[in-house]
Design a protein around this ligand. Structure first.
Ligand SMILES: NC(=O)c1ccc[n+]([C@@H]2O[C@H](COP(=O)([O-])OP(=O)(O)OC[C@H]3O[C@@H](n4cnc5c(N)ncnc54)[C@H](O)[C@@H]3O)[C@@H](O)[C@H]2O)c1
Length: 418
């Protein structure tokens, strides 16, 4: 870390959006302390101090170091230790589990992981006088749209799934804490449908749970790993009968977070909510055709019955973010497909079996040497499908262990595509 800019704690930093956002943060001059429990991301090399491959790549892209902890937000003591060891200025809270289908099967798992983790985070922030927070919310809080494009003042709460309810409850909690104490300065960003990857092809989406987002699934079909894409519902009242969504490039989302941090610094608003979307509705079939154009591969698909609870059309009015954050999505649909495809073809196994990045990976500064030693010894991020205490560098965290309560059995159970 350069020690120059404000320090941002990024929860869920090894994940898809967290790792892309970390690129933008480092490039914008922030210092980053990231944490993750690897419930849905690939851990680092076996051994005491493995920086996850996504963040090794982030260091390579940016030429800057960051600090990483393997830490579960349900482990409050571990979290406290991080706040004691670093002067955190603000937090971006990505860490959550997000598979809609799984959330319906295991609701308590979702309430526990997403709600208790957020309560722990808020309490530890308060205890350390940190009141600047950006929260990852979702357009799912809107439920079935009454009008489109959807604005931030559209009613929320008629959510059709447990995952979405966790986001809705957290938004409610943030509203209450910011009303109770004027110290809080919070921005909740309601993402629409993140797709794509960093244009370098070095980082992308590689969940350890079953794919829940459409683009990684399409890519698997395009390279022949899966037989076809299943499209739920072909008779909706849309351009071609398939559902319509607002796909947004993950790097546009990432720049939205930097814009949000800038806003938190310049204005104390207690709690403000912004949509992050492009404003363009794209049907599943249109996305599939755009992906075929880029990959030059045919992508077989099957249209099945509609699923209960699926929303027909959802796209954003993102004017508020443009007006108040000075942010606007820039990437086009073909660019989203091209960038994802580059990531997929450069990394057919995702982060598994990837080479450790030229010996530069570093964890918390106080354990740098052992990390480098470990890096040299292993040479590879071997496929650690599920971490078992492959731990970070913080004695206290290591002692407390890994207490997220998501058993491997449950992790296996998630064969849903949402
Ligand atoms: N990707 C989407 O389609 C989408 C859409 C709207 C909102 N969001 C939200 O954005 C955030 C990031 O999503 P993403 O797509 O990057 O997902 P992701 O699964 O790739 O990243 C989330 C990361 O959080 C970690 N994590 C989960 N629970 C944790 C815990 N208790 N302690 C520590 N780490 C934990 C996971 O291991 C994972 O690396 C999530 O809050 C998600 O709900 C995502």
């Amino acid at each position: 870390m350069s020690g120059s800019g404000p320090t941002v704690l990024v929860t869920g930093g090894a994940g898809y959006i967290g790792s892309h956002c970390t690129v933008e943060l480092l490039q914008a001059g922030y210092d980053v302390v990231a944490l993750d429990n690897f419930v849905n991301s690939v851990p680092g090399p076996p051994g005491p101090c493995g920086l996850p491959p996504s963040l090794q790549r982030v260091q390579r892209i940016t030429g800057r170091d960051l600090v990483f902890y393997e830490c579960d937000l349900l482990d409050k003591q571990g979290l406290q230790q991080i706040f004691q060891d670093h002067k955190i200025d603000c937090v971006i809270h990505f860490a959550a589990i997000k598979a809609v289908g799984e959330s319906m099967q295991f609701p308590l798992l979702y309430y526990k992981n997403n709600l208790i983790a957020t309560i722990n985070l808020i309490e530890v922030m308060e205890a350390h006088n940190v009141y600047q927070l950006v929260f990852s919310s979702s357009c799912t809080v809107y439920g079935n749209p009454e009008s489109l494009p959807i604005t931030e003042d559209h009613p929320t709460g008629e959510v059709t799934n447990v995952y979405g309810r966790t986001k809705h409850f957290i938004e409610g909690m943030l509203k209450d804490i910011s009303a109770a104490s004027k110290k809080w300065n919070i921005i909740a960003l309601r993402y629409f449908n993140p797709v794509g990857a960093h244009p370098s092809g070095l980082i992308g989406e590689d969940p350890t749970k079953e794919f829940t987002n459409i683009m990684p699934y399409m890519a698997q079909v395009a390279i022949g790993n899966k037989p076809h894409v299943t499209i739920f519902g072909g008779d909706y009242d849309t351009v071609d009968g398939t559902g319509v969504r607002d796909y947004i490039h993950v790097m546009d989302l990432a720049s939205g977070h930097v814009a949000a941090l800038r806003k938190l610094k310049e204005k104390h608003q207690r709690l403000k909510i912004y949509n992050l979307g492009t404003g363009n509705g794209v049907s599943v079939l249109q996305l599939l055709r755009a992906f075929e154009d880029v990959t030059k591969n045919q992508i077989p698909f099957k249209i099945c019955d509609r699923r209960d609870g699926d929303i027909v059309s959802m796209y954003a009015n993102a004017n508020l973010a443009e007006k108040e954050l000075g942010w606007k999505a820039r990437f086009t649909l073909p660019q989203m497909c091209e960038d994802f495809w580059r990531w997929q073809t450069m990394n057919p196994d995702g982060y598994r079996n990837c080479k450790v990045e030229n010996g530069t990976s570093k964890l918390a500064a106080h354990n740098k040497s052992s990390v480098n030693e470990n890096t040299k010894k292993n040479g590879h991020c071997e496929n650690p499908t599920k971490t078992n205490g492959n731990s970070h560098n913080c004695g206290a965290l290591k002692q407390n262990g890994h207490t997220h309560g998501i058993t491997p059995e449950i992790v296996q159970h998630n064969g849903h595509k949402d």
